[in-house]
Design a protein around this ligand. Structure first.
Ligand SMILES: [Fe+2]
Ligand SMILES: [Fe+2]
Length: 186
């Protein structure tokens, strides 16, 4: 559903500063856990809450895996400003009506997961460090599954198809423009 591949510029940036990429990646995984947990507060039905809890635990496992990679490279886990990507992607999200807000939030989260998956595949193929390669390979399946799961869950609150089209077009513009900083989603 992504409308454009990552530009070669991004992979060059990423491979040129894998330490910063890894630090940002750790933050992304922890943010992903927090985001899905936040969904369950907005729609606190039992089945959905359970699904979000499992998802949050999985993202926290990814966070801990990223922390292990940081430790292995003797890097500290410190604050790092996020890419502008997620905030830009959230432009146009409907917030007033709960059903619309849930569809849009889940669709945006699904698109972020889909882009993560696309980039993990690129990193796994391009990375020379065998530890990092294995780390990226271990995450590929999850993030692909998460993207599909988010879009499927969105159907409980409405028809996600037009919103996927809207946010995917917006995402392609953001990705094509790129950012100067090295981030998972720059
Ligand atoms: Fe993850
Ligand atoms: Fe994920």
């Amino acid at each position: 559903m992504l409308l454009c591949p990552s530009p070669p510029r991004w992979l060059d940036q990423a491979l040129g500063d894998l330490d910063t990429l890894l630090l940002d990646h750790a933050h992304c995984e922890r943010r992903a856990a927090s985001t899905v947990l936040g969904f369950s507060f907005r729609a606190p039905e039992m089945e959905f809450a359970g699904q979000m809890s499992r998802l949050a635990r999985e993202e926290l496992t990814h966070f801990e895996m990223a922390l292990r990679e940081l430790r292995r490279r003797n890097l500290p886990f410190v604050a790092l400003p996020p890419a502008a990507y997620a905030q830009r992607l959230a432009t146009g999200m409907r917030k007033k009506v709960l059903d619309e807000a849930m569809v849009d939030s889940l669709v945006v989260a699904g698109i972020i997961e889909a882009r993560s998956h696309e980039r993990l595949v690129l990193l796994e193929a391009a990375c020379a460090d065998p530890h990092l390669k294995a780390f990226y390979a271990a995450l590929v399946e999850s993030e692909e599954r998460h993207a599909a799961q988010m879009f499927a869950l969105a159907e409980r609150w409405g028809d996600p198809a037009p919103r996927i089209a809207f946010f995917a077009a917006q995402e392609a513009e953001i990705i094509t423009a790129g950012e100067d900083v090295v981030r998972m989603h720059s």
